[in-house]
Design a binder for this molecule. Structure first.
Ligand code: ARG
Length: 475
């Protein structure tokens, strides 16, 4: 059904309809559109712009439609331009001309962005909850390996030995920040646009603050033009989903690398791997690669919305209809990727022995020699030189640091007596990194337990917001 046409003598051509329709992708806004219609009905009734009797009939029809949309009994048809037109058709089929009464004081411009805000808040909350589940998986895996040494890398070169649990746990902190970002975003997004009309507000006695409360928004718009043209919340949501994508991608890259034959640290479970159609021996880390690959499309969706918004003049422009598909796609993409990556992490086993053997190689304990000299009051620059000289000698004589003789150590620096060997053990090097947030296994366990507490708090906050949201939707 079309919501306009009075002033036209010709109908849009098929090509025009095909380009302008959004029903092929915006139908998923239907539950939110129906709920915001209930709120608009309430304000029309409060302003006595609609009789109690009529409003009762419309409310009943809207509630029926809510049921029929969720059961799939009511569906859009080929004549519907968008979700708003389809649902007005539904109301009109039930109520005759009374079905069009809700259009008073409301434009699709304030309606669509209200619906989209509700949709976005609902789905970003589910995303945050999914992230808490993944964080728990990561932290459990991290505690399994808290006491296992591995080389830590910078520039993908051995740098200093670390607890492998520490390496895994770092990913949990990135996702915890993403949840914080979602919570911050909700604060800014929780603004009702209903009452802004097409762009200038309304001459009818609507009460936007009343409507905002009815829909569980924290506040109502302050500028009706801004209300209908602002899509900052879409761009910001897409930045958050992009960053989540980037965090997933970094996990994907690490798992792919650590699972390679050259590393052979990670053994990804069969059920999270795939085979090759030609090479029977192959077991490929496709989940990790897709986690990495999908980040491209998430970032692309952000770019597409920012580019669409750039240079939009004044209030509503039809360009804004292009806000939905990128948002839907990014949320759908994460719905696919997060459970697969969580499962992959939970079922990956790491080769403790190999990591441990590899930990001291590549002269990763050279910093220990420098720190040892600093404890003997040697200025760090000189200590660094001496430790470097030890590395150079090892390279020349093809040995590891702990294999240098007492004589060789003493020749490099007089303070390098045989007790230097005490710091040249992985266990000693790890255990000594006890600064808060450091890699000593004791600290890693503290870190994991704090992160678990934070996740529980985050989950409580999210579930209470979800509960309030679903109560609002059901009201
Ligand atoms: N389907 C449209 C959108 O998504 C609804 C708003 C249409 N408004 C208009 N003035 N044509 O933006």
């Amino acid at each position: 059904m079309a919501l306009w046409g009075g002033r036209f003598s010709n109908k849009p051509t098929d090509a025009v309809f095909a380009l302008s329709q959004s029903i092929s992708f915006d139908w998923r806004l239907a539950p939110y559109d129906l709920r915001s219609s209930l709120a608009h009905l309430a304000v029309l009734e409060k302003a006595r712009l609609i009789s109690k009797d009529d409003s009762g009939k419309i409310r009943e029809a809207l509630k029926e439609l809510i049921g029929e949309v969720s059961s799939g009994k009511f569906l859009p048809d080929d004549s519907d331009e968008d979700v708003h037109s389809a649902l007005e058709r539904g109301l009109t089929e039930k109520l005759g001309t009374l079905g069009g009464a809700l259009r008073a004081g409301r434009s699709r411009n304030d309606q669509v962005t209200t619906d989209l805000r509700l949709f976005a808040i609902d789905h970003m909350l589910s995303l945050a909850l999914m992230l808490t589940e993944m964080i728990e998986v990561i932290l459990d895996k991290a505690s399994e390996y808290a006491n296992d040494a591995a080389p830590g890398f910078t520039h993908i070169q051995h740098a200093q030995p670390i607890s492998f649990g520490h390496e895994i746990a770092k990913h949990a902190h990135a996702f915890a920040r993403d949840i914080d970002r979602i919570n911050d975003w909700i604060q800014r997004t929780s603004v009702s646009s209903l009452g802004a009309g097409a762009l200038s507000g309304s001459s009818l006695e609507l009460d936007p603050v009343f409507t905002a409360k009815n829909l569980g928004f924290e506040r109502s718009f302050e500028n009706s033009i801004d209300a209908v043209s602002d899509r900052d919340y879409v761009a910001e949501a897409l930045f958050i989903t992009s960053l989540i994508g980037v965090h997933l991608s970094r996990i994907g890259e690490e798992w792919t690398l650590l699972g390679s034959t050259e590393f052979s640290w990670a053994k990804i479970a069969d059920e999270y791997s795939t085979g090759s159609s030609i090479m029977p021996q192959k077991k490929n880390p496709d989940m990790a690669e897709l986690a990495r690959g999908k980040s491209g499309r998430l970032i692309g969706n952000l770019m597409s919305v920012l580019t669409m918004l750039k240079g939009l003049p004044f209030a509503y422009n039809r360009d804004l209809q292009e806000d939905k598909e990128p948002l839907f796609d990014s949320l759908d993409t994460l719905d696919l990727v997060i459970p697969a990556v969580s499962g992959m992490i939970a079922t990956t086993n790491f080769n403790r022995e190999k990591m441990k053997l590899s930990a001291p190689t590549g002269f990763s304990l050279a910093t220990e020699i420098a720190d040892y000299l600093v404890r003997k009051n040697v200025p760090f620059a000189q200590a660094h030189e001496a430790a470097g000289a030890c590395v150079a000698l090892c390279e020349k004589t093809s040995c590891e640091l702990h294999e240098l003789s007492d004589h060789q150590f003493a020749e490099i620096h007089p303070s390098l007596d045989p007790s230097v060997r005490e710091v040249l053990t992985i266990q000693g090097a790890l255990a000594s990194r006890t600064t808060a947030g450091g890699t000593a296994p004791s600290q890693v366990l503290v870190q994991i337990s704090n992160a678990k507490k934070k996740t529980l708090d985050q989950r409580k906050e999210i579930t209470s917001k979800m509960k309030a949201f679903s109560e609002m939707m059901g009201a």
